[in-house]
Design a protein around this ligand. Sequence first.
Ligand SMILES: [Zn+2]
Length: 222
Amino acid sequence: MAFTITLAHFCDKHGPRSIMCTQTTELSQMDQSTLPDFSKESYCKSCLLIYPKSTKGENVTTLRTEDTKTNHAFVSTQYSAIKFRVLNSIVRKCLSEEATIYDSKPMFFGDENRGYSMTQSFKIKDLEARGSERRYSFIVNCDQEHQVLENWDLIKDSILVMIEYLQKSSLKIELENSKNHEIYLRGKVQHSKSLIEMLKDDELFLKLHLWNSKLLRKLINK
Ligand SMILES: [Zn+2]
């Protein structure tokens, strides 16, 4: 069983892209999942996974939580180096099709080549984005179809908690902005913006890593 959880978005500049991917690995193979420092040139702020700096002030590209009980580690990186092509095609499918449903029921699709995915897409309001909103998807992918279907409610409920948290935080910020009489002008230059900037939370991706790891731990303990 190899579950991965991907947070992807539709970038106004780059199209559908993975922002963060959390995968499970055996402790002895953890190095394979680690992503070395890679070129950020083709990433804009909204695409880039940004973790808080290390205590030594260094940039962090990989977060991992080790679980000696199950002999596994949960590793979060910008994308999965191991499943890059497969997940990339799923990200494109999720976020570029007109049929995608947002803020509603999860979708399920898959085949032997791409594995089986439950995806839940959602929107976050941002007056500085094209169409005043930004689109995201959580994608839980596994090579075994029955593993996704048997854990359907667990996966769906965990993802909904994360989405609700993100959307509630966004509403809170919007309310603060309107109280502070910040003026937004429609039609002004759109610029790329990270989720951490939109939600004013530098530790957001750290939190998502912990949430994803919790779900993955439950899935491997089943
Ligand atoms: Zn981008």
